[in-house]
Design a protein around this ligand. Sequence first.
Ligand code: AMP
Ligand code: ZN
Length: 459
Amino acid sequence: MDINFYNTLTGKKEKFVPLHKEFVGLYNCGPTVYQYAHIGNLRSYVFADILRRTLEFNGLHVRQVINITDVGHLTDDADSGEDKVEKEAKKDGRGAKEITAFYTEAFLKDVGALNMKLDGTRFTPATEHIREQIELIQRLEEKKCTYQTSDGVYFDTNTFPAYGKLGNINIKGLKEGARIDINDEKKNPTDFALWKFSKPEEHRQQEWPSPWGVGFPGWHIECSAMSMKYLGENFDIHTGGVDHIPTHHNGEIAQSEAATGKPYANYWLHNEHLMINGEKISKSLGNSICLSDIIAKNISPLAYRFWLLMASYRTQINFNWDALLGAETALKRLYALFRALGEVVGIPSVDYCSRFKACINDDLDTPRALTLVWEVLKDKVLSSADKRATLLAFDAVLGLNLSSLTSHLIPENISLLLEERKQARKSGDWATADRIRDELKSLGYEIKDTQEGVQITHI
Ligand code: AMP
Ligand code: ZN
């Protein structure tokens, strides 16, 4: 079955065709670790998680990289603000490393609580990839795409005529709006810093020598250097929130494609914002709500996950506590109905699973996938055992932790034997059915045939 994603690069929904047979390269723009992530940031990672799980549901192996921005992200997203981490460090005299380690840990805890699947995921801190970033800037220098000013090394966007192609950014508008740009040494308002020099009065904690002088990398260069290092110069999918489209992601594309002469990421997927009272939730606006606030109200992080899944990742949603409480009630009901299906193990319904796949393969349509969950529960024909197996199969993508509600988790080899036995019984091959029952017993599983299906006990 085809997978279709809305690709910001082309502005349309397209069939996903992976570059390699062996893996899908997935890069998720990661957190800037100078404060706790707010629940808007976390929406970005629940979306990335659904994307990864959907690819895996389709039998694809995902190579996932998430960066940790621990240097270089300036307060204005452009090139004139203060480094967010350094600023935080100055506030209370803490070490920059101490801050980034603390908030990285907090981030991992949050995404863990949201049941983000992270086995095999590579987290790449920018400060551990300074050499790669310098090398990439050198490549750009060799291609004459850079110039130096008194405060850093800049990418000359005039050397990349396609600049702004992602999301069809109105460059003319940007240029006009940039008359007030305080950096008059820049050749074009759209040019951006690749390397910034430390100012002596800044007393930076994090700085490195470079061929151009002591300083630190620009924010965009880290993502290009690390994604290409681990996924290849041309890779499959890059994600982030829509706020990253104009500057950060167009910057990444320009510097990567200018350096390699190859297309950078083939598919760009962006989540819409989480709003609060009609405003973008943001650390700098001071309207942040964190996962710890949700937990403090005794609401499960998974209720927040469930609430997010009720909307498409491409819709702006407005957070309010009543809506979240509504989601929690619905999730509790789902858990109760799931538990009521009993402990009997069945076989996932092929029909429902294929309908489910059609939903998630249609640009991660989780609202429709959730409708199907309720439809399975209400189905009049499917046995409880098969309902339960079907919902567990869905949960590989939804990640609502249904398996934790079962006391008997059946390993895959046992499920396969059960299926084989079911087929044998269907075709009247009682000898094989009995042989498999004995085999199951020797593996520690006793089975009983009931009207509801097969009942299995671990002995
Ligand atoms: P940051 O930690 O600021 O680098 O952002 C981490 C991720 O959160 C990025 O992909 C942002 O685009 C995304 N993001 C920031 N604010 C919001 C929001 N209000 N709603 C959804 N995503 C957001
Ligand atoms: Zn990035």
